[in-house]
Design a protein around this ligand. Structure first.
Ligand SMILES: *Cc1c(COP(=O)(O)O)cnc(C)c1O
Length: 372
């Protein structure tokens, strides 16, 4: 007798990113290769224009990755030595690293019940040296940008957005990446729009910031090829841009699928008292969420994770289980009770457009089974 196949739902299947459209991707590689179009070519320019159109933004530039994008966005927004930048500790370490490498001091603050930067905590952290607020639009949801804009305006601060996880998300009809002086987006393979390697983009509010970004990503070169400032080499590969431009064509469909999965989790798990789910996709007309991740809060989180693992379900405890300020060697001393409580309870359930309804039901049945 052959044993019945045990269903498994991996947390994320990186191979699928290639195999589900292998023929199209190979054709793109062949086309770009035969043209010898590797650095700063038309495919990149076309992708930047199309991404700008998608975002409702005129000034978008591809960069090597989201982390570089944040550093470049901060520098282009005028942030540097002696400045303090306020960020939510409930984020990837890259957010704070970008502030550090911009020459400024990262100031970690707590998150609110929505898992995003808490505007009251921002206000409390402002000092005479504060220059900018760096909200992370985490898990594909935009923070309360009305509240942050009010604080920024009243206190004369700049906003730079970490929109690495929020391409396509919006708040009151405005897309993530278009709220601040500058913003960064990531195309890491597992992101909402992923390439086959590292990639990122920066969005600029005005021409001054845009010019600085152009220079920072390409050796300090001005449009006519003169070196006019110190710059980096942080260009988005033309090949990755060609792949991203192709995938941009199905981004809305893929976001719809993520939202349908969130709806399905919610209807299957809404009654489980021991967990807290992210807001549903139809819950608040001010927010359009893209569900980069599906982060739940769970009682007995580690036991739940092990229970699911034994049933073939992959989950993730993000960032090694710690918020940024909890990595002691980075030297960010802070006591952030909401963030610390969340980090002990946070669990990412599988969330990507490759999941079938059956996969989602199987994961949900596992969660219900654990608490029954
Ligand atoms: C992915 C991510 C980044 C960094 O993007 P990379 O392209 O991997 O450098 C920064 N911030 C957040 C919140 C992210 O999720």
């Amino acid at each position: 007798m052959t044993p019945a196949a045990v269903p498994t739902v991996p947390f994320f299947d990186y191979r699928k990113l290639f195999t589900q459209e292998e023929a199209e991707l190979v054709a793109i590689f062949r086309d770009v290769g035969r043209r010898g179009a590797f650095i700063l070519q038309n495919d990149l320019a076309r992708f930047e224009a199309n991404l700008g159109h998608f975002l409702g933004a005129d000034r978008v530039l591809g960069v090597a990755n989201g982390t570089d994008g944040l550093l470049i966005a901060l520098r282009a927004a005028g942030i540097g030595a002696g400045d303090e930048v306020i960020f939510s500790s409930h984020t990837m370490v890259a957010t704070a690293a970008a502030i550090h490498f911009a020459g400024a001091a990262p100031v970690a603050v707590d998150c609110g019940p929505d898992h995003l930067i808490d505007p009251e905590a921002v206000t409390a952290a402002i000092t005479p040296r504060t220059r900018a607020i760096l909200p992370t639009q985490l898990n594909g949801r935009v923070a309360d940008m009305d509240a942050l804009a009010r604080i920024a305006q009243r206190r004369g601060l700049t906003i730079v957005e970490d929109a690495a996880q929020a391409l396509g998300a919006s708040f009151k009809g405005r897309k993530a990446g278009t709220f601040g002086s500058a913003a960064a987006i990531s195309f890491f393979p597992a992101k909402v729009l992923g390439c086959l390697g590292d990639g990122g983009a920066v969005v600029a509010r005005n021409n001054v910031v845009f010019e600085r970004i152009c220079q920072l990503r390409d050796h300090g070169k001005s449009a006519d090829g003169e070196i006019v400032s110190w710059g980096l080499n942080s260009r988005l590969d033309n090949l990755q841009a060609a792949i991203l431009d192709y995938r941009l064509g199905s981004l809305e469909r893929s976001i719809d699928r993520r939202r349908a999965i969130a709806r399905r989790y919610r209807s299957a798990l809404g009654e489980v008292g021991e967990i807290v789910l992210p807001p549903g996709p139809d819950q608040d007309p001010d927010h359009f969420d893209v569900y980069q991740n599906y982060e739940i809060e769970a009682e007995r989180r580690d036991d739940l994770r092990e229970f699911l693992r034994a049933r073939g379900v992959g989950t993730l405890v993000a960032w090694g289980g710690k918020a940024v300020h909890q990595w002691e060697r980075l030297g960010l001393t802070a006591s952030l009770p909401a963030t610390e409580r969340l980090m002990a309870r946070s669990l990412m359930l599988p969330m990507n457009p490759g999941l079938s309804d059956g996969d989602v039901d199987y994961v949900a049945a596992g969660v219900r089974g654990f608490y029954r």
